[in-house]
Design a protein around this ligand. Structure first.
Ligand SMILES: NC(=O)C1=CN([C@@H]2O[C@H](COP(=O)(O)OP(=O)(O)OC[C@H]3O[C@@H](n4cnc5c(N)ncnc54)[C@H](OP(=O)(O)O)[C@@H]3O)[C@@H](O)[C@H]2O)C=CC1
Ligand SMILES: O=C(O)C1=N[C@H](C(=O)O)C[C@H](O)C1
Length: 269
């Protein structure tokens, strides 16, 4: 039986790609498509694959109630905006629908609360700031480099339609490097910023993130380690949103077997 999938943000850049990928997957079916605009348009037409007989709606509640009636357990994939995301995830879980969340910018405390909610409901949920395998490999390589370098900064570069800064991926990368327990970036001089923000934003682990937003970019991240007489740069470039789809499809399959919230694609690989 095909996994029933609701795509929230189906008219967005990522949502259209998800509709296309889910429709092409032999073990899944798009059964609901939610967005704020393009109401009543066919989600397949919007995604450029022709009609799939799933009209776009702006009513997630009714869509969840409908999917809850399906014989197979459903999955909600959300690539939207952090505004209202907490409530959307809670709603889906309340209907027994497993959320797969790619939307970034949700505060850590809310992720924590959602984890408690999913736990109590014994319902799987996956939240991942990046579904591209190359980025996960970069983050893992960072942990190795962090053993040997005491200085590191992150530069993330994105298209200028991105709402949040820094990117969820950069924050997660900084958090991972910080979780080694090492102290990074002890200053060697008294620095002053002649232009506010010139040295980037400082994360709790004292790792700086520099965010660039430009048309012509998609999603890119460089992690630069510095040491005596050398620097080491790890860089990942996303050139097409199709890069995220194997990770999204994997999450849809894996979330059905979970009973709690899992944060990060690396945990389900
Ligand atoms: N985890 C990962 O691997 C990746 C995560 N992302 C994240 O995914 C999110 C979406 O990115 P992207 O597709 O580029 O953004 P887009 O702006 O292209 O798409 C978002 C879509 O969601 C809609 N939307 C916003 N709020 C709601 C809501 N409350 N209910 C239903 N639909 C809503 C938007 O409508 P409207 O235009 O009217 O606002 C828009 O159509 C971002 O948070 C981004 O950081 C992106 C790429 C990869
Ligand atoms: O908005 C995007 O495009 C992306 N957002 C995610 C993030 O904030 O990390 C993932 C990827 O960088 C693309």
């Amino acid at each position: 039986m095909a996994i029933p999938v609701v795509v929230v943000g189906c008219a967005g850049q990522m949502g259209r790609e998800v509709v296309k990928a889910v429709h092409a997957a032999p073990d899944m079916a798009v059964v609901g498509a939610v967005d704020r605009s393009h109401i009543d348009e066919d989600a397949g037409e919007l995604a450029g694959i022709g009609p799939i007989d799933v009209p776009v709606t702006d009513n997630l509640e009714i869509t969840c109630a409908m999917v809850a009636q399906e014989r197979a357990p459903g999955v909600m994939v959300d690539f939207t905006h952090p505004r209202g995301l907490y409530d959307r995830v809670r709603s889906a879980i309340a209907y027994g629908i497993r959320p797969v969340v790619g939307t970034t910018g949700l505060p850590p405390e809310q992720i924590e609360e959602l984890a408690e909610f999913a736990d109590k409901a014994s319902t799987g949920c996956i939240v991942a700031p990046n579904f591209a395998i190359g980025m996960i490999l970069l983050q893992q390589a960072c942990l190795r480099a962090a053993e040997y370098f005491d200085h590191v900064e992150i530069i993330e570069l994105h298209h200028n339609r991105k709402a949040d800064a820094p990117s969820g991926t950069a924050l997660a990368t900084a958090q991972m490097i910080g979780s080694t327990g090492k102290t990074f970036n002890v200053p060697e001089v008294d620095e002053s910023e002649l232009v506010a923000g010139a040295r980037g934003g400082v994360t709790p682990g004292d790792i700086r993130i520099h965010s660039l937003r430009l048309p012509g970019l998609l999603a890119h991240q460089a992690v630069v380690f510095g040491g005596l007489g050398q620097s080491y740069t790890l860089r990942h470039d996303t050139t097409d949103r199709a890069a995220y789809m194997p990770g999204v499809l994997l999450a849809i399959r894996k979330v059905l077997g979970l009973k709690s919230l899992v944060y990060g694609l690396e945990k389900i690989l």
